[in-house]
Design a binder for this molecule. Sequence first.
Ligand SMILES: Nc1ncnc2c1ncn2[C@@H]1O[C@H](COP(=O)(O)OP(=O)(O)OP(=O)(O)O)[C@@H](O)[C@H]1O
Length: 351
Amino acid sequence: MGIRLDSVTVAYDGNVDTLALDSLDLTVEPGEVMALLGPSGSGKTTALRAVAGFVRPVSGRVLLGGRDVTDLPPYRRGIGMVVQSYALFPHLRVDENVAFGLRARKTARSEIRQRVAEALEMTGMAAYARRHPRELSGGQQQRVAIARALAIRPDVLLLDEPLSALDARLRSGMLAELARLHRELPDVSMLYVTHDQVEALTLADRIAVMDKARLQSCGTPRELYRSPADAFTASFVGGANLVPVTVGTGGVSFAGAELKVGTNGVAAGARATLCVRPHLVGLGQGPNQLAGVVREIQWRGATHRLYVEVDGHTVMADVRELKAPPVHGDPVTLHFMPDDAVLLPAEVSHG
Ligand SMILES: Nc1ncnc2c1ncn2[C@@H]1O[C@H](COP(=O)(O)OP(=O)(O)OP(=O)(O)O)[C@@H](O)[C@H]1O
């Protein structure tokens, strides 16, 4: 079932001077996973809570499957929700926790038994049905929380930083599990709040990037990564080199160098920001050369990350592990292919 936020504005405590959500328009297609990505306080959780019905917009509408649910209470929206802190009932066993939403809906006993078994099976927790939450690891507790959300067979699943309490190894395992669940439940739309871009890039069909209560941009992970529309999106979805340039004809000038890049019809003489991903910057001679001085070098196993100062700006280059890496203070030449650069509107810094 699709989700639509139609110009949704939320102000907590009636404070309309600082909106938590400012006219948010967002559509999640049926069966789609949409990640909400953005810095702390940008309104991601608020958007989720508006869909769930825990906050009431001061204006705008929430539609589920084309039906206006703005005035419906949360329990009548057919939504499953998983939050960061698991929020399991400590005094209830795993199976009782999973059954909770079904009991509240007065589902028949035999049906409850079947659905609880199914949800625990789906999340790999069938063997733990009779344990209490305190007898489970963090990852297992989160699986139970997901099973509980799935037991009501929701049309819409809302996930609020579901993996952020887990350690890195568990997190990547659970990410794969969520991707599998999405394949097994192709009709369930998911709205997934995260500030982790790897989670967003891995799991989402599309990513909505939020900043300061507004939608900054929305697109597939590939679109936002390969052709971001603005510097904020570029820096939030994948690492980015962002440098101020002056547009010429057939290229730009930066740090005294003339660089060939597509100008997208931007007028010559205009100021703009050039975006190049660090892994697309090479070391040594090539097209579009930049001369600089190594300020820092990090060994990352398969790659080296170089921080190179070019005319007062830092340019990052991720290159394959070097046998004889340069050292701090060494002069180096960097290069990148014309097609690997994106020209963005002028503003580099954001907030
Ligand atoms: N219950 C509340 N009462 C008053 N203000 C709130 C409440 N919840 C959130 N806010 C404010 O609304 C704004 C958006 O908060 P929200 O929790 O939606 O952001 P977020 O993007 O989910 O952040 P985070 O990544 O830190 O969870 C923030 O300025 C926050 O301080």
